[in-house]
Design a protein around this ligand. Sequence first.
Ligand SMILES: [Fe+2]
Ligand SMILES: [Fe+2]
Length: 381
Amino acid sequence: MDMQLKCRQNGQFHIMCLGDLHENNDIDTPLGKARAEDMARLINAALDRFQPDLAVFMGDTCTDTDNDPEMFRAVVTRVTQPMVDRRIPFAFIMGNHEHDHHHEDMIVKTYASMPGCLIFNDDPSITGCLNYYHTVFSSDGETPVFNLWFLDSNNLCEDQAVSMYDWVHEDQIAWYERKAQELKERYGRLLPAVLFQHIPVPEEYDAMRPMKPWELYQSVKGHAAWSSVRYVAKENMRGYLGEGPCAPCRNSGQFASWKKTGDILAAFFGHDHLNDFTCVVDGVTMGQCKTAGFRCYTDGCRSSVRMVTLDENAPDRIETEVYRFKQDFGLKSQSLGPIQRRINDKQSFVLNVAVRVAAGAAAAVVGAVAVKQLQKRLKQK
Ligand SMILES: [Fe+2]
Ligand SMILES: [Fe+2]
């Protein structure tokens, strides 16, 4: 397999992102088998349609619970087989759940042994166990045109009073800045870059604003430090905002570092299983990759893949689009129940509206009853 990443003859480079699969080893059960098959049908259909030049597993990919290397290898083999069969190179980033059982060495070794896997740990002395990058070359293979960054956003924060989720640490940010400078010196210019990591940066909240009272039906509750507010998308967010982004509550300065370095065109994240929006914050495109699987919390047949297209003829532009299991590939789920299976985008939206309106109405009734009781008590006094 040619492991050099390079643009096609037309100058384009296509990346397929696969969010949180949470795949595991329960294919001996009918439900587990059906879920694995639904996932495989989505991945196979997407690979056949788009024939990407690179696939990226966005973390929380294969659940490891037993510390059984052979069992884990079987799951990783199953998940990566569609790429291996088509000789499509793939990258992998660590999700928080890849850190859960402290089996990072086993996980990295297993992925690294798969044909076409591009992972390596560039600097074992820094936080995280997979921080690396790859350069994409022009269609003739001569000129470097883009850089791809892959970072480990770690697990839960050690101090839960500070943040539920961890972040990309300062030493990882320093590594990124150092490597970007090295690449600039090597190639004589800054390469436009795309970054992939599991946990999103807090700046996604800059693409949202607090809801107005009449916007309850389309709002989401913020996560952790943002949880006292319900948010709606600002104008430059497109796609689906299904939950408050689960970003770390402490800002380690990663976004500021991207701006200072100046190479990041776009950053893509996993972790939030529902969100598939893209937004632009201070000139940087950020996009969520919702789950491409059927094992974690999700919404009907909306499991999807995200395509990212770079073009050496327009290196400062990026195109990205989400393609869904049912709506875009016309697939039928074997693992979802009869109601979930029938939910499409529009119905999911309507259901969300209905649930939120009902929640709002219930809150209003509870509030009204409380006020009445209070008035009654005051009268009694
Ligand atoms: Fe996840
Ligand atoms: Fe996660």
